[in-house]
Ligand binder design. Structure first.
Ligand code: ARG
Length: 583
């Protein structure tokens, strides 16, 4: 929509003043206030300097050249020289019918060009519990991947799990003493136990020097490919992996595991390549690269250590190897990393070094998508690594249990009896959707307060509200009892009332919105859109009788309802939420 309008203005500007004056920013934006119409073009104001004329005069000349009568009512010049546009009802109807025919994509265009994109998300650490930060990454990353996939990009969803490093030395050394079975036998441990063992191992490591030495030797053994250590490591990873999978299944997440260990064979090359580029400095035995733009308190340039004095590599080294591999071997054109905001510096540094070392071709985009903390209702950070951690499993189970309780209460109020299977399914969908939606409806860069009561509320911008809205719209369509196939040749959308027009225009904006979300990578824009959609539908339903209307109006309004339902369903699915037909 916006692109079409932009094109028309571009043509007009070229005719009026020549191609040189076309600014790089978009000419047309959504109207800031519905009183001013649907869209506006403010370019006249920014052209006053270049053209040496007053903005109203410029606006007049633009309008004179503008060919837009098929889309808009006659444009209006307002204030100092804004050009306001209002869509023609006929144009809206035609567009909506096109969307209606486009069952699968609802008018959402495929990206041009379609790219190969990696989304690096979730990425918990083996032997440690997956925590709420990983939950955010999982939910946001999945949503971003879904939107990119829907736009036709080729998306590789990668789970960069922390499955390598010193923690394994500690853990193996500790288990050898405390529970040797776990190192040779499958299924000897649950992740819960593994986490406890990990904590105990860490404690020993910090307190007992002799143990520390044994642990370090274990790391060396593992890294040098010792068979027995390798087997123990695999068992531990397997253990964690199985627990993570339970969460992914609950959340309906697909992701390919390619952990840090995968890049292990490439780490030496990375350091050598940095050296060959003349980027490497050895400082106290540690190999590092000095960053530009990052300084310590004294104002001296900050080093990024890529190999420690004991020969071990760092988190950043692995990320450098991953960038190289992903661009060279996977052919990625864009790499998106979804982690908490605390890792912003890490990524800025890694991106800079990758670029300077030539691992990152200039045409490949790397984007860190940061998010804020999940806070408890007391406003304090929900504890993660140390202290009392909320287990993710427990958190999701609790959401489902509460959704179930709410449902049972409602069923008894409505004097309904439903099967156990129905209750289980609905509770599961509502509970999981509520958790996802609570996260996705916040601007990801801010912290958000995790509250079961809020996320499960039937009113407000919540998953239950939208799921009910969907069921309600479907109910209305069912009552309308029309055969959409039969009216296929006689489709018509009539937009007489304001509420109808407002709903129709909103549906029309879906395509633009999705493309904006793709650029900004802000899922909350999509949830806000869906929330407004259901509100606009309610106003429409309040003000426009559907079932009692005359035949042609009734059909038209049922098509609007049908489009609302489809948009809700598709939009929610892009958030990773599946609708229910009955609640
Ligand atoms: N495992 C890391 C953590 O738990 C997140 C990894 C993110 N991805 C990456 N390529 N660094 O904090």
């Amino acid at each position: 929509m916006i692109r079409e309008l932009n094109d028309r203005f571009t043509q007009a500007l070229i005719k009026a003043f020549g191609a040189e004056i076309i600014p790089s920013e978009p000419l047309v934006v959504a109207a800031s206030n519905p009183r001013f119409g649907d869209y506006q073009c403010n370019v006249s104001l920014s052209l006053t300097k270049v053209l040496g004329e007053n903005p109203r005069a410029i606006a007049l000349q633009i309008i004179e050249q503008l060919q837009i009568t098929d889309i808009c009512l006659p444009p209006e010049i307002a204030g100092p020289g804004f050009i306001n546009l209002t869509l023609q009802p006929d144009y809206i109807s035609d567009k909506l019918l096109n969307i209606y025919q486009d069952q699968e994509h609802l008018g959402i265009e495929l990206a041009q060009p379609r790219e190969r994109i990696i989304v690096d998300f979730s990425s918990p650490n083996i032997a440690k519990e997956m925590h709420v930060g990983h939950l955010r990454s999982t939910i946001i990353g999945d949503c971003i991947a879904r939107i990119l996939e829907f736009r036709g990009h080729q998306v590789l969803r990668l789970n960069h799990v922390g499955d390598w490093g010193t923690q394994f030395g500690m853990l193996i050394a500790y288990l050898r003493e405390a529970y040797p079975e776990a190192l040779v036998k499958k299924d000897a441990l649950l992740l819960g136990d593994l986490v406890t063992f990990y904590k105990q191992a860490k404690l020993r490591f910090d307190q007992d020097e002799a143990f520390g030495e044994i642990a370090r030797q274990e790391v060396v053994k593992l890294q040098s490919g010792n068979e027995e250590s390798r087997r123990a490591w695999e068992l531990l990873c397997e253990q964690s992996r199985r627990e993570f999978q339970v969460i992914y299944d609950l959340l309906d997440i697909t992701i390919v595991e390619r952990g840090e260990s995968f890049y292990n064979p490439y780490l030496a090359e990375i350091v050598a390549a940095l050296d060959a580029k003349g980027l490497l400095t050895t400082d106290d035995g540690a190999k590092c690269v000095f960053l530009t733009g990052f300084t310590n308190k004294q104002g001296d340039p900050l080093p990024l250590i890529v190999q420690k004095s004991d020969g071990g590599y760092n988190y950043a080294t692995t990320d450098l190897a991953a960038i190289k591999y992903r661009t060279e071997k996977d052919g990625a054109q864009k790499i998106i990393y979804v982690t908490d905001i605390g890792q912003s510096n890490h990524f800025a540094q890694v991106f800079q070094i990758a670029q300077r070392a030539g691992f990152l071709p200039p045409e490949v985009k790397v984007i860190h998508v940061p998010f804020g903390l999940v806070l408890g209702e007391d406003g304090k950070k929900v504890k993660t690594r140390s202290g009392d951690t909320i287990r993710l499993r427990d958190l999701l189970d609790e959401a489902i249990a509460r959704a179930r309780q709410d449902l049972i209460t409602r069923l008894s109020q409505e004097e309904r009896t439903e099967t156990e299977a129905f209750i289980t399914e609905v509770a599961q969908v509502i509970g999981i959707s509520a958790v996802k939606y609570a996260d996705l409806s916040q601007n990801r860069t801010s912290n958000y307060v995790f509250s079961y009561d809020k996320m499960l509320a039937l009113q407000g911008n919540t998953a239950p509200y939208l799921l009910y809205a969907y069921v309600r719209v479907q109910g209305i369509i069912r009552k309308g009892n029309i055969d959409f196939q039969e009216i296929e040749n006689n489709l018509q959308i009539l937009l007489d009332s304001t509420a109808e027009q407002s709903l129709a225009k909103h549906i029309l904006q879906f395509n633009d919105l999705i493309q904006e979300v793709e650029i900004e990578l802000l899922p909350n824009r999509l949830s806000q859109y869906l929330f407004e959609l259901s509100q606009k539908f309610n106003q429409f339903y309040d003000q426009c009788p559907i079932l009692q209307a005359t035949e042609s109006l009734r059909i038209s309004r049922l098509i609007l309802a049908e489009l609302t339902a489809r948009t809700l369903k598709l939009g929610l699915s892009l958030l990773g939420i599946s609708v229910l037909n009955r609640l």
